[in-house]
Design a binder for this molecule. Structure first.
Ligand code: GDP
Length: 198
């Protein structure tokens, strides 16, 4: 798959307005500021794509990027905005868990977390939804360049240990990533190719 071919096709306010549930897609999720736009940019070498999802009014929508006729990337709204009214937040959470449970073509989720403070409350919630839906998750520990090699590696190993102890290491994998240094892109591509294979 050539990820540079990714093209914005549409935004959906809820799962009901998503494109038809056919082919294969992988969703990107993370707290706002986790580095999701930068990661999508680095993956696709396309700075216009992530800008699309930062367009005011589109930030709370599910954005679809077409790779081929049958394969898509999905950019889920950044969660963890303190400013969002509770009612909207609850509605979004309902939508998202429904999307994870019911979307047949969804093959996996890329969950982005800042290497310096992984597994915040929202990350755990998202992870638990995915595990409950038996949805595979690949965690990107982002901005790994902000830590020295030792501490970054220690964070990676600690999280892997935690996943193993929770007996979810068959469903949840994790890697270090830096959009700035362009590290971890090959590993991410490998995971996406596996999930998107038809
Ligand atoms: P989003 O809200 O999850 O889409 O996050 P962005 O991609 O907009 O990134 C949030 C901030 O983190 C921006 O200031 C980025 O420049 C910075 N950032 C993103 N990725 C990296 C990275 O790999 N390394 C460093 N040092 N900064 C990054």
């Amino acid at each position: 798959i050539n990820y540079a071919n990714a093209e914005f096709t549409q935004s959906a306010p809820s799962i009901r307005q998503c494109p038809p549930d056919t082919g294969a897609e992988v969703a990107f999720a993370g707290r706002s500021n986790a580095g999701k736009s930068s990661a999508i940019n680095a993956l696709t070498s396309n700075h216009k794509l992530a800008r699309t999802s930062k367009t005011p009014g589109r930030t709370q929508l599910i954005n679809f990027f077409q790779l081929t006729e049958t394969q898509r990337l999905v950019d889920l709204p950044g969660y963890g905005y303190a400013k969002v009214p509770l009612k909207m937040k609850q509605e979004w959470e309902r939508n998202l868990s429904e999307y994870l449970r019911e979307r047949q073509c969804l093959k996996g989720m890329i969950l982005l977390m800042d290497t310096r403070h992984p597994m915040q409350e929202f990350d755990t919630t998202m992870l638990n939804w995915a595990i409950g839906a038996e949805m595979p998750v690949h965690i990107l520990l982002t901005k790994a360049d902000k830590l020295k090699k030792g501490p970054a590696q220690a964070t990676l190993l600690a999280l892997r240990k935690q996943l193993k102890e929770a007996e979810v290491d068959d469903l949840v994998t994790v890697q270090l990533f830096s959009s700035l240094k362009k590290t971890g892109i090959d590993q991410l591509v490998k995971q996406l190719n596996l999930w998107l294979a038809l």
